[in-house]
Design a protein around this ligand. Structure first.
Ligand code: ZN
Length: 284
């Protein structure tokens, strides 16, 4: 179920080509035009700041005030965030999955950081409580299709239905309408991107790929991430699709080391809000 086939651009990325050369391709619809996209209930967002535990948050007010979430811009396609900001995003694909999703959530909670989970509709339907737990912990979620086909091998109608079925199930189960989409295997073409965009979904790829799905070993996963992560990196990992114990085992060292390097962990919606103004504003 994991990414066994990568498009050329992603293989380039995985082999360490500077992320800046693979710029985000087309960023459109930035700003208030995407106002209607925010579906996240305010109450959930307030849980994002840890209010208990060892780490005191001096600015935290005892009563959560309803801070409106700024709109998430609709982005046509990107594989990274703002290269001028010392922030990165962890992403987890192919879940939710029994055992591994909870383990990932446990590590993230330990460090008080938030990630983004690209879920399959079929697993959200199968494990609704896990999907809700991800949301309740303050993480962002996205649409990774219903059951992980290579969308470029489907008809446009079938591809659209894959995305819609997952979106609807995620919405029904979690109350969140996804604004993010990640194509299985990173496999896409212009019609796929247009379909996602027409559904008000930003297509999100990655630029750090430790190939954790192939179970290369905890050390290999850790080293790959620590070698290639830089400002604005989107890191691809998997909580579903198979035995993800290596991913879970690598996570603590990865997070500790990147925190020590001064990186801030953000969700993909946060990362999109921090993108510089779009250099390209027309949609070809
Ligand atoms: Zn996947």
């Amino acid at each position: 179920m994991a990414a066994r086939k990568l498009s050329t651009i992603l293989e380039l990325l995985a082999s360490g080509i500077a992320a800046a050369t693979i710029l985000a391709l087309l960023v459109i619809g930035l700003g208030s035009s995407a106002l209607g996209l925010i579906q996240r209930p305010t109450a959930r967002h307030q849980t994002g700041t840890p209010s208990s535990g060892a780490t005191a948050t001096p600015t935290a007010s005892p009563t959560p005030s309803p801070t409106p979430t700024p709109p998430t811009p609709l982005v046509y396609l990107t594989a990274h965030g703002n290269p001028h900001l010392h922030e990165i995003a962890l992403t987890f694909d192919d879940g939710p999955a029994q055992g591994y999703t909870e383990a990932v959530l446990g590590v993230l909670k330990q460090f008080h950081i938030h990630a983004t989970f690209f879920m399959l509709g079929i697993w959200v339907q199968t494990y609704p409580n896990l999907a809700r737990e991800v949301v309740a912990d303050g993480h962002a979620i996205g649409d990774h299709t219903w059951n992980h086909p290579d969308l470029t091998r489907l008809s446009p109608d079938q591809a659209r239905q894959q995305i819609i079925d997952a979106r609807n199930t995620i919405q029904k189960v979690t109350g969140i309408t996804p604004t993010l989409f990640r194509p299985p295997y990173g496999s896409y073409n212009r019609p796929i991107l247009d379909i996602a965009h027409s559904l008000k979904l930003s297509t999100i790829l990655w630029n750090v790929d430790p190939r954790d799905w192939s179970r290369p070993g905890v050390g290999a996963i850790t080293n790959n991430i620590l070698t290639f992560t830089q400002n604005g990196s989107i890191i691809l990992m998997h909580d579903g699709g198979g035995d993800r114990s290596q991913t879970v085992a690598a996570l603590t060292t990865v997070i500790e080391t990147l925190l020590a390097r001064g990186f801030t962990f953000v969700t993909i919606p946060e990362m999109l809000r921090h993108l510089p103004p779009a250099p390209i504003t027309q949609q070809p």
